[in-house]
Design a binder for this molecule. Sequence first.
Ligand code: C5P
Length: 401
Amino acid sequence: MSRLHNKHIILAITGGIAAYKSAELVRLLIKAGAQVQVVMTSGATEFITPLTLQALSGNPVHQHLLNPQAEAGMGHIQLARWADVLLIAPASANVMARLAQGQADDLLTTLCLATHAPILMAPAMNQAMWHDLATQDNLKTLLARGFQVHGPADGEQACGDIGAGRMLEPNALVSAINEQFEQSLLSGKTVVITAGPTREAIDPVRYLSNHSSGKMGYALACSARDQGAKVILISGPTHLQPPEDVTFIAIESAQDMLEASLNVGAVADYFIAAAAVADYRPIMASEQKLKKRDADHGLTLELTQNPDILATMVQQHSHAIHVGFAAETEALIRHGQNKLERKGVQMIIANDVSNTHIGFNSDDNQVSLITASGVENLPLLSKQQLANQLILAISNIPNKA
Ligand code: C5P
């Protein structure tokens, strides 16, 4: 999984022949799943057209600081806040000088002052300009202020000189951006999530199921993925699109879900059971469609209990951290604490399903986090915001010894 998925990257291009490489850079960033906004100085537009970069990034190119039209869309402060990383590539000797002085006389320099995001720069210039004492002084100033400077590389230059001053190749710059996100909460971890309802067949056309939408489990899958995890989402039938960059396993019944969970359990660092698993299934699904009988004859279905997937995972893959949900209509915390112990999990996320504004099928949810060390009540949040909070809390659960 790319760490750049959904990350917000501003690519600022200044005037230099290496600007042609920036087109490839945008392409690679988009391919890695990043969202890219391109900023160009007027010098940059002499080397490569904004139209090319607009087509590759899928966003209009930002060129002017005081353009009422642009400010009505994403203004410069908004753009500065939007960025997770700002990369200046190529960075000319001129922009280095202006940044070293803290100028804010165009969009690029203003963004650099306004943003809290890390600023990376890939200098590119003639080797004599690079070695000039003024540029070297500016470099020292910028490094001391926290700018990260990548390159320049040595080699043959467009002007015919040989020496330091070539912009790093786009691949190397994408790696440099990737490194900014290395500290993701779950990088290197595998998270298995169950989601949605299960369907328990009565006959070839009928089943027992429930109203679970799958939204919570899918939101958790997206958050875990965005925190750098490899995510395996095992889902019953829902109306949701499988999230991108997530391994998706579609199942129908609780028994299918158990089998799929056991199959991947060995690689799981975390197992999060967000599915609403049917507690019972018909003892035998009829091979033929059941026929309606006389009006005075009812139909009795004999049910048997489904396996508890979460409890089975705790027993069979005890190395992982296990998290369950508890949907309760009363005594939320007491029932949640019982479940924590009974299932042997590290966290129960408890929510009150008697409140129709939260929980099943709604877009919002309010939960309490129950662990061996206590209870934490979270506020009412959208399921995606809640998922982000939950992934943060889950990633803080201490590893098993
Ligand atoms: O026991 P109860 O159904 O209340 O437990 C809910 C938690 O256990 C949820 O995390 C749910 O996904 C999980 N569960 C399961 N297999 C079952 C029933 C529940 O994994 N058969």
